[in-house]
Ligand binder design. Structure first.
Ligand code: 16G
Ligand code: MG
Length: 554
């Protein structure tokens, strides 16, 4: 029943389009931490409905542009997914995650009614315009899914803008750039070129006058990072010599296969394709399939693999920013803080806590991002390589207007202002983070080896356990303690106490039907043993699946 405004849903058109994108009755979809994510071939109806939902979100927010990214990140090539981006370039507001789930699961018969009801309860003024910008990664199912999304937009009469095959962070950038265009907070040109220009210009300024940067190997996970980094190299020219590897975006099955940031982090090893390529001490880094995660690593003189993960990036970057703020004469005016999750290596937390405030929050970008906003400059990174740095609006203004009193202060201030331009503040961005790391290394004259020696990682182990119902696992204290099943937490603690530097926690995964166990200890063998013993506890308590014993590593 339409109330005051008389613009109604174009039900006939929607019904006509919806008939081309029927939902299979047996499927259930859920908008989780990373949006909808499952096999690409079953997502057609979801994309159609997401198109409509994105348009409604835009109308609800007075015609602001909403972003849609079609990707399944580091998942295997046959998977795909979709997530929405809110107007400031941030993740979709949590309440709408539920609306997305409801709409995606309505049966074909109920769909229009559910939609009508949603428009009413969410008080959406249908007379408002709706604008949506969308992109996709290189997955083979992407093209068809884009078509389904376009049909959703067409069905409701939304204005769509195709960002083409691009990275998740570029879609976030575009959303923010479009919505801030012509305002005082203008974020940049609202185009891919604008993104490259903004970032490369800041990078050039930041490394000018520094020693030539040695060659960097970039593993693109055979994904969208490949064309995007390639374009960026044209903007960077000589300033950053890059060798691209794993760029086979058209080879079936290659995406994320034995390469990429997730492979490196979870296997704690070099992508096989890089064997023999790397000289001792040479830096290499891996992106994930949609280029929002970054892992650095190198091979040392003895031939051992050393990983520089999200925690090491946070340590490097946070310490650099604190130094710059001090040098700029802003130490007491700009509060720099770090946000991590329970997965952060204990040694990184110790290193950082000795230098600046550190907060621990539950897993998932939205939690980190939100907590980082509480600082004047908030550095957040997950150990898995997703992260960025946020400068609060008042800090940006302060940096722009602060009057330095010495040439040294002026230089530091200039660097800070260039960092504001270099860093993609909407979301973790492998490309932007990579340039940031390179800037810090250039300023500190650090090699990868010196960077790595900021602190030594405690050996750690991740194990997953298949249980009949992971929802019985409930946590508190930023996922560091289990409150349910009752009685399990004291047992975990009792076990952990037996190991030197022992720490372990258990949490249900947000993306897979498993429970994850993390452990760390001073010795590798002890970290492993602790993980397996805690996994055994979980298994015994929760009746693990006998066919899938806790032997698999994440
Ligand atoms: C999602 C999250 C990532 C988190 C991961 C944990 C976003 C955009 N991504 O990929 O931040 O680390 O889930 O997965 O929030 P898990 O719950 O299966 O351990
Ligand atoms: Mg990703």
């Amino acid at each position: 029943m339409a109330s005051r405004k008389v613009v109604a849903l174009p039900v006939d058109t929607i019904a006509e389009y919806a008939a081309r994108h029927p939902k299979a009755p047996h499927l259930h979809f859920s908008y989780g931490t990373a949006g909808f994510r499952t096999l690409g071939v079953v997502l057609d109806s979801v994309l159609f409905r997401v198109g409509i939902l994105a348009a409604l979100r835009s109308k609800r927010l007075d015609g602001k542009t909403i972003g849609v990214m079609i990707t399944a990140s580091h998942n295997p090539e046959e998977d795909n997914g979709v997530k929405l981006v809110d107007p400031r370039g941030e993740m979709l507001e949590a309440a709408w995650e539920n609306h997305a789930t409801t709409l995606a699961n309505a049966s074909n018969e109920e769909f229009l009614d559910v939609l009508r009801q949603f428009v009413q309860t969410a008080r959406i003024d249908l007379s408002k315009p709706s604008r949506v910008v969308y992109g996709r990664d290189t997955r083979p199912t992407g093209e068809g899914l884009v078509q389904a999304l376009r049909d959703g937009l067409a069905a409701i009469g939304a204005e769509g803008r195709d960002a083409g095959i691009t990275t998740t962070p570029i879609v976030h950038y575009l959303v923010k750039a479009i919505n801030t265009k012509g305002t005082k907070q203008e974020y940049g040109e609202d185009s891919e070129e604008g993104y490259f220009e903004k970032m490369s210009e800041a990078f050039r300024k930041l490394v000018s006058g520094r020693a030539r940067i040695p060659q960097l190997i970039v593993d693109c996970a055979n994904g969208v990072g490949a064309p995007i980094v390639k374009k960026m190299t044209e903007y960077l020219g000589e300033t950053l010599p890059i060798v691209l590897v794993n760029t086979a975006i058209d080879t079936p099955g290659a995406l994320n296969h034995n390469c990429g940031a997730d492979f490196v982090k979870t296997r704690q090893t070099l992508p096989p394709s890089l064997h023999g390529m790397m000289k001792p001490g040479q830096r290499a880094c891996s992106f994930d399939g949609d280029a929002d995660r970054l892992m650095y690593y190198f091979i040392d003189e003895r031939g051992y693999f050393a990983m520089l993960d999200g925690d090491k990036i946070a340590a490097l970057v946070a310490a650099f920013i604190v130094d710059l703020a001090r040098l700029a004469g802003l130490a007491d005016k700009v509060k720099v803080g770090v946000v991590q999750t329970a997965y952060a290596n204990g040694a990184s937390t110790k290193y950082l806590s000795e230098r600046l405030p550190v907060r621990c929050v539950p897993t998932g970008v939205k939690h980190l991002h939100h907590a980082a906003e509480q600082f004047d400059i908030g550095v957040y990174f997950e150990a898995n390589g997703h992260g960025t740095v946020l400068f609060s609006p008042s800090t940006i203004e302060r940096l722009e207007t602060h009057e330095p009193s010495t040439p040294a202060q002026s230089t530091a201030l200039k660097h800070l202002n260039n960092l504001v331009q270099l860093i993609n503040q909407t979301v973790g961005d492998a490309l932007s983070d990579m340039l940031l790391v390179e800037v810090v290394l250039a300023h500190k004259a650090y090699s990868a080896i010196e960077w790595n020696s900021l602190y030594s990682d405690l050996p750690n182990r991740l194990v997953k356990v298949y249980v009949p119902n992971r929802n019985v696992f409930k946590t508190e204290d930023a996922e560091r303690r289990l409150v349910s099943p009752a009685g399990l937490q004291p047992k975990i603690e009792e076990l952990a106490r037996r190991y030197d530097g022992g720490r372990s926690f258990v949490r249900p995964s947000g993306t897979e039907d498993v429970v994850r166990v993390y452990s760390e200890a001073v010795l590798r063998s002890q970290a492993d043993e602790l993980a397996f013993r805690v996994a055994g506890l979980v298994y015994d308590e929760a009746g693990g699946d006998l066919n899938r014993r806790p032997k698999e590593f994440l």
